[in-house]
Design a protein around this ligand. Structure first.
Ligand code: BG6
Length: 508
């Protein structure tokens, strides 16, 4: 088909969307991995299906596997069939497959990078990609420097009149020092504005909605501060174990895996000041200020907890403990659960604890931000009337059952005055007919458009490591993670951590 012609695959529903990628292609390093199969390839298809990719869009897989182009195309096909969000349409697939290519090789293989270069040039001619390519590094972090340097060496990192971008998956480094080194290496090759560090939580609709909730409304912001807020709980709980990811997870653990990035980003969006606009620079400036104001507790032994799941029955199934998982060192001290208490040293938040917790093999999968308000200073009711009145709360449910719940006290119907907690709910599914795009759809599209708003900048990544490093160091030097049976809500030590503050974790 003509690469310059109209895209016949753009459906009527999406025509009103102005954000459509121009001529371009995507190269995925680590294309045989789980992330690529479950998220990246399906997201590319979903974007194509929604008419948001140019007709000649090209997808190049780079990996060691001995595949021909057809084998790669078949892999993409199966990934799309199995994991795409939108329905399969043969005509969309037929168009997408025109631009699928595979390059076989190791990351130190110069010939493979020359083949990649030739493949890109050939696609420019055949598919009209205009020389615009994003390089997606979905590979273990130890390979980031090598791949980036190979791109430079083979003249792939820039092309006059076109754009070249680097997309880097987490974890971005292992600690502050390695993140700084990595930033330096990447910035020597790609201009800062062409580096996109992925934190897929920022691509989630519900996470972007934190900004809409806070800054498009008048009713929340006046009470969003230390005068009214008692504390904030940010929870990311998963019911799954580590699956086949032992190689990645052991030695990394829960805090590095998700607190350093996802949870600290949620904290930043919840606690930051209003930016002057949503221009990336304005938004980042506010996130940086709040991350820089984060203070760790003095006694890390009392105000942080790490845990490891032990074997138990979960959801009617007997599951093994972390130390019995395939590929895990039986003496591993890696945390599969982490809870920490932070404070934010500024006028808005001084003295308000932010409790962050995450874990694998917990009671159920849920991510939420719960803003818990102070009790009314005086309750003019008879004693006993407010026994079942808790604290007001506003809960942003990131997933599942995306939405927002407000909890407040209400009079129980009847002749006496008795007050009890009730909830008021907003559910995405009920208020909007469109289903939310997957985070990776949004983020890949933004990369192709050069829109950096939903990508952490290098200083954010470094400040986040700066928060986590002392905690990891403390854990390294002190004992072992506490055990918790799979399917529970984490170690008892985590409950004690909150009860010492006169509080308790929400049971989401
Ligand atoms: C990833 C972590 O960033 O997020 C995984 O590396 C985790 O360990 C995953 O399972 C969870 O993502 P989501 O979108 O399912 O909450």
């Amino acid at each position: 088909m003509s690469v310059n012609g109209a895209n016949p695959l753009r459906d009527a529903q999406d025509r009103r969307l102005p954000r459509i990628a121009g001529p371009s292609g995507l190269v995925i390093f680590g294309v045989t991995g789980d992330l690529s199969r479950k998220k990246l390839m399906p997201a590319v298809y979903d974007l194509a299906n929604r008419g948001l990719l140019p007709p000649g869009f090209s997808l190049i897989g780079f990996a060691r596997r001995e595949w021909e182009h057809e084998d790669f195309a078949q892999e993409v096909y199966e990934a799309v069939k199995q994991h795409s969000r939108t329905p399969f349409r043969e005509e969309v697939w037929q168009q997408l497959v025109q631009g699928c290519r595979f390059v076989q090789g190791d990351f130190d293989d110069d010939t493979a990078f020359e083949t990649l270069k030739a493949t890109i040039e050939e696609l420019d001619k055949q598919q009209g990609t205009g020389g615009n390519f994003a390089f997606y590094l979905s590979v273990p972090p130890k390979f980031f420097p090598q791949v980036v340097q190979q791109l430079k060496k083979h003249g792939l990192a820039e092309k006059a009149g076109s754009w070249r971008r680097a997309v880097i998956e987490k974890p971005f480094g292992h600690n502050l020092e390695s993140a700084q080194e990595l930033n330096q290496i990447v910035h020597e090759v790609f201009p800062r504005d062409e580096v996109f560090r992925i934190d897929h939580y920022l691509g989630k609709e519900t996470v972007q909605n934190i900004l809409a909730l806070r800054f498009a409304n008048t009713m929340f912001e006046p009470i969003w501060n230390r005068s009214y807020v008692d504390h904030v709980q940010i929870t990311m709980a998963e019911d799954i174990g580590i699956g086949g990811r032992a190689g990645y997870y052991d030695g990394i653990g829960a805090a590095r895996d998700v607190i350093q990035n996802h949870l600290l980003q949620l904290l930043a969006l919840t606690a930051m000041e209003e930016p002057g606009s949503f221009h990336p620079k304005a938004l980042v400036a506010e996130k940086l200020k709040v991350l820089a104001a984060v203070e760790l507790p003095e006694d890390l032994g009392k105000h942080t907890v790490r845990g490891q799941y032990s074997g138990a029955w979960q959801g009617g199934e007997k599951v093994v403990g972390y130390l019995e998982e395939d590929g895990i060192d039986p003496n591993s001290k890696t945390d599969t659960y982490a809870a920490i208490r932070l404070e934010i040293n500024n006028r808005r938040w001084a003295g308000v604890p932010f409790y962050l917790r995450t874990g694998k093999r917990l009671g159920r999968r849920v991510t939420e931000i719960a803003v818990i308000f102070k009790r009314a200073p005086y309750l003019p009711f008879e004693s006993g009337a407010t026994e079942e009145l808790g604290q007001n709360a506003l809960v942003i449910r990131v997933q599942p059952d995306e939405g927002i719940t407000v909890r407040f006290g209400s009079k129980v119907p009847g002749t006496s005055m008795e007050v009890r907690d009730v909830t008021m709910d907003f559910a995405y599914g009920e208020s909007f007919t469109e289903s939310s795009p997957e985070a990776y759809e949004r983020l890949i599209l933004d990369v192709l458009l050069g829109d950096a708003n939903l990508f952490p900048r290098h200083q954010e990544v470094e400040l986040s490591w700066n928060i986590l490093d002392p905690i990891e160091k403390y854990w390294d030097e002190h004992g072992k993670p506490a055990q918790y049976p799979a399917g529970t809500w984490g170690p008892v030590e985590a409950d004690e951590m909150l009860s010492r503050d006169g509080r308790s974790w929400r049971r989401p």
